[in-house]
Design a protein around this ligand. Structure first.
Ligand code: ATP
Ligand code: MG
Length: 218
């Protein structure tokens, strides 16, 4: 089992959107997938409510992740998923506390969805440092994938920012501003089921390909 966290210091950058859709994509490829919804607003749980998502969402957003004992217990519960799932996603709250600490410590690969502004790029550096320090005691070199999200096509600003990103770490193909990604959440589906012929699905497929290129499930 491999764990994929979705983390960013900033709110509203697409942490939930990207992990919900990557999990849907992995499930559509035949993997057994669960998403731990550790975001206090439980957005992923709300998306799953219509029961049209092709994988299971665990509604664990209301736990007190600041409490060390709760954190340890949740870590044990996630490890216990090993026998049932190939991939487990973790959706987190913004910032460097609570469920972000859980995901930073446990993830085999962390995705960092970011928007196309300099503020997002600076937050990326701090987010990468945070993930490194969370995994320091394991002596590992954590895998991180920056996912440019909600990019406006053909703007000079987004082109400039996209060209800068490889300095910061491994970067996936961008996910552009796509209405079907917002609509799919409302419909309670991953974008591949909601708009199978859309560009949003193609872009998510490429993000998933990059993830699978970094971690395999065996
Ligand atoms: N590529 C995209 N195209 C269109 N809309 C998007 C895209 N990515 C995200 N959105 C929309 O932007 C909003 C914020 O996205 P999302 O909730 O995934 O961010 P978040 O980082 O999880 O936020 P929070 O920090 O509050 O948990 C949502 O309304 C979502 O539908
Ligand atoms: Mg979210």
């Amino acid at each position: 089992m491999k764990i994929i966290g979705s983390i960013n210091e900033k709110g509203g950058v697409g942490k939930t959107t990207i992990i919900v859709n990557v999990c849907g994509d992995l499930a559509s490829r035949g993997y057994k997938v669960a998403l731990v919804d550790a975001e206090p607003q439980e957005s992923a749980t709300q998306i799953a409510q219509s029961e049209k998502l092709n994988y299971k969402v665990l509604a664990w957003g209301e736990r007190d992740y600041e409490n060390v004992e709760v954190l340890q217990e949740v870590k044990r519960s996630i490890k216990a998923l090993e026998k049932d799932f190939d991939f487990v996603g973790i959706d987190t709250e913004p910032g460097f506390h609570g469920s972000a600490v859980l995901a930073a410590a446990l993830s085999d690969l962390t995705i960092i969805p970011i928007g196309a502004s300099s503020l997002d790029v600076w937050a990326t550096t701090r987010t990468i440092d945070f993930i490194h320090s969370a995994q320091e005691d394991q002596g590992g070199n954590p895998l991180v994938l920056i996912v440019p999200n909600r990019i406006q096509p053909n703007t000079i600003m987004s082109r400039d920012l996209l060209s800068m990103l490889p300095e910061y770490g491994k970067v996936s193909e961008p996910v552009y501003l796509r209405v079907e990604l917002a609509e799919a959440a409302t419909a309670g589906q991953w974008v591949g089921d909601y708009a199978p012929k859309g560009k949003g699905k193609e872009e998510i497929n490429k993000v998933t390909d990059s993830i699978l290129g970094e971690i395999s499930n065996d």
